[in-house]
Ligand binder design. Structure first.
Ligand code: DGY
Length: 337
């Protein structure tokens, strides 16, 4: 069957193979960068379906530009805050995401940031490479212990749970916030507590909630002031969950010990002053960035798109209310990713 499909940026080959085989081909953004708004508005015209990325703003204007044939936006990400879901639903357009396949990879990265910032790995590496090391010293690059400390997990969805389970080998106490008790976490002795309790008690606070109106600036000046001065904040979820200007101020004034960040409020630009700080490790939104995981995400997005174009229910549909007679409440947990 030949469908008119657009891919907003180069994605792993395995997914392009699926589109070639199942859709009779596709068109793809030829540039190795996100399409500009004008390019995107033009490129989606007349498409049956679009494979899109978290860097694409898929709003009502873009859906209107795509036109009445457009059946699906298949996002290659578990988060879909880049898509106006209400507008898609109103227009009868299916939206899909890629849950599950990136859980473990993203959890690994949250730990990588935690280690990097607590043990000052990036700072020390820079010092060593600059040829400044003149020999071992008893007071050099003293960091904070991870083993035996308290881990606070905000949002115990798939990724939050995977992060928490990794703490067992480090004999950590685990606190978490979530609308639901999580049996996997009860099994490791973790306690579900209110956010303020978690912030006051944790040595490492790691964020794993989706970006929805209720989680925008979930961590702001007040919440940062509730953290211990020796505590670290790790964010691999979405930048706007943290008030980045407030975080910069807290880090600058050493009101918390440090932060490990993968995501930013206004990507790709960091808040003013962030990159001048030594007590922060900043990486460019790499949570799911392994070859295997990005390939799985891309194939999943392609398969979601194909199912939608065939008139089937895509496996990872986030607005099932578009389909007739679908239960309205099976969109999946919004509590954590
Ligand atoms: C996602 O899938 O939402 C991630 O942020 C991509 O790495």
């Amino acid at each position: 069957m030949a469908w008119n499909v657009y891919v907003t940026r180069r994605i792993p080959d395995a997914a392009l193979e699926v589109l070639r085989r199942e859709c009779g081909g596709f068109e793809m953004n030829p540039h190795d960068r996100a399409a500009t708004r004008a390019e995107l508005l033009d490129a989606v015209k007349g498409r049956d379906g679009v494979v899109c990325l978290l860097t694409d703003t898929i709003d009502d204007e873009l859906m209107a530009a795509a036109g009445p044939r457009c059946r699906v936006f298949a996002n290659m990400a578990v988060g879909y805050d880049n898509i106006d879901l209400a507008a898609a639903t109103r227009r009868g357009i299916l939206v899909t995401n890629t849950p599950g396949v990136l859980t473990e990879t993203t959890a690994d990265l949250a730990w990588a940031l935690l280690f990097a910032v607590a043990r000052r790995i990036v700072e020390a590496d820079g010092y060593f490479r600059a040829g400044r090391w003149t020999g071992w010293g008893p007071m050099q690059f003293l960091g904070h212990d991870i083993h035996g400390s308290t881990l606070g997990v905000i949002g115990a969805g798939r990724i939050g749970v995977a992060v928490a389970l990794r703490s067992v080998g480090f004999r950590m106490r685990v606190l978490y916030t979530d609308p639901q008790e999580r049996a996997e976490l009860a099994r490791i002795g973790a306690s579900r507590v209110p956010l303020e309790h978690l912030l006051r008690e944790s040595d490492f606070v790691t964020i794993h909630v989706p970006l929805v109106p209720a989680t925008r600036h979930l961590i702001g000046a007040r919440e940062l002031s509730q953290m211990k001065p020796t505590a670290y904040l790790i964010n691999t979820s979405r930048g706007p969950v943290v008030d980045e200007a407030a975080l910069v101020a807290a880090l600058k004034e050493k009101r918390i010990a440090g932060a490990g960040l993968d995501v930013y409020e206004n990507e790709p630009s960091p808040a003013s002053g962030l990159t001048e700080l030594e007590n922060v490790v900043c990486i460019p939104h790499l949570g799911s960035a392994t070859l295997a995981t990005r390939s799985r995400m891309a194939v999943m997005a392609a398969e979601n798109l194909v199912a939608a174009l065939r008139g089937e229910r895509p496996p990872n549909l986030v607005n099932p209310e578009v389909l007739p007679a679908a239960p309205a409440d099976d969109r999946g947990a919004t509590a954590g990713r």
